[in-house]
Design a protein around this ligand. Structure first.
Ligand code: 8YV
Length: 322
């Protein structure tokens, strides 16, 4: 109908969820699994009031100025580091992300990656598939323990707390964390979680899990100097964003035996992966899939569509950012 506002869905998503959006909007969608180049995105956004985005598109002042009709940007991701929130707010563009719905799924995956790194699951499977399994021996593929060890969490937001719960309540781990702000005692106590400085976290953790949001200030938060503080028996897991860890420095530490193992779901410059990391056997590598369970990916899309419909109909977004 001519009265419906026009929106753009910037990636291929679930068709039935797009149908739900069609009841409220004239939908233009891409069937692509590639991010649209900025100039194409700008072209498709002409005359559009809203956009369903995936967090990978750069929504900055230049794009907003080239798309003056845009009033709402609804992300299906929790991370919004590619959106210039101040520029959106200044132009009256409403922005939402998709927190909460992916917390437990992402924490499950972070824990799985940590376990896989510590217990050398990828390394062991490669060994078996390569036909190298001739006999059992006493120190065949021995790794590190998780239970009873110290879990260090860098970034104690929703996902960090969900990982802490798994560690403390499920695996009897001692939990320490570093975050800009301390948790309320009511949240710390059930987990026995203790706030420590970043350096103490790096020194004490047997298993470090990184879950801080990306911002320019967080760039290379874990660099060569930080890695040098870690125990050579420790593992590092990054499910936050590429760029928080200096991948070249991490590969060097792994190769030199200054760190036991790593589990990485995110990379600097992904989908490219640093060749030195690809050359390491003691690292588990996955292609940014921590939130990728079937129900959670649907819930993320549903939430973004709910927010978009609310914005188009003058209602309150469920998870607004501005
Ligand atoms: C996305 C994520 O899959 O929500 C986030 O911030 O990192 C993931 O859930 C990823 O951003 C893909 O764009």
């Amino acid at each position: 109908s001519p009265t419906k506002p026009a929106v753009f869905v910037a990636r291929r998503i679930f068709p039935d969820i797009v149908e739900r959006l069609r009841a409220h909007a004239d939908v233009d969608e891409t069937d692509s699994d590639e991010p649209l180049p900025p100039e194409q995105l700008i072209r498709r956004l002409q005359g559009k009031t809203g956009v369903f985005a995936t967090g990978t598109e750069r929504i900055d002042a230049a794009l907003l100025d080239a798309c003056p009709d845009l009033r709402a940007v609804c992300l299906m991701t929790v991370g919004y580091n590619n959106v210039d929130l101040a520029a959106c707010t200044a132009r009256g563009v409403r922005v939402s992300n998709a927190p909460d719905v992916l917390t437990e799924t992402t924490a499950d995956f972070g824990f799985a990656l940590m376990l896989a790194a510590a217990r050398r699951i990828s390394d062991a499977e490669r060994y078996l598939r390569e036909g190298r399994w001739q006999q059992w021996h006493v120190d065949l593929l021995v790794g590190a323990d998780i239970h009873g060890r110290t879990l260090g969490i860098l970034g104690m937001g929703r996902i960090g707390q969900a990982i802490a719960r798994r560690g403390a309540l499920g695996f009897g781990m001692r939990v320490i964390y570093h975050n800009r702000s301390r948790l309320a005692p009511a949240l710390e106590q059930p987990l026995g979680a203790r706030w420590v400085s970043k350096d103490e976290l790096l020194r004490e953790a047997d298993h470090l899990v990184i879950v801080v949001p990306y911002s320019p200030e967080a760039h290379h938060l874990v660099d060569a100097d930080a890695l040098a503080l870690m125990k050579p028996t420790a593992t590092l897991t990054n499910i936050a964003r590429g760029g928080i860890v200096d991948d070249a420095a991490l590969a060097a530490a792994l190769q030199a035996g200054r760190l036991a193992a790593a589990g990485l779901d995110v990379f600097e410059g992904e989908p490219e992966v640093h060749p030195d990391l690809l050359a390491c056997r003691n690292v588990v590598l996955t292609p940014h899939i921590a939130s990728a369970s079937i129900p959670t990916r649907r819930a993320m899309c549903d939430l973004a569509v709910d927010n978009l419909i609310a914005a188009l109909t003058g209602g309150a977004m469920k998870t607004p950012l501005n």
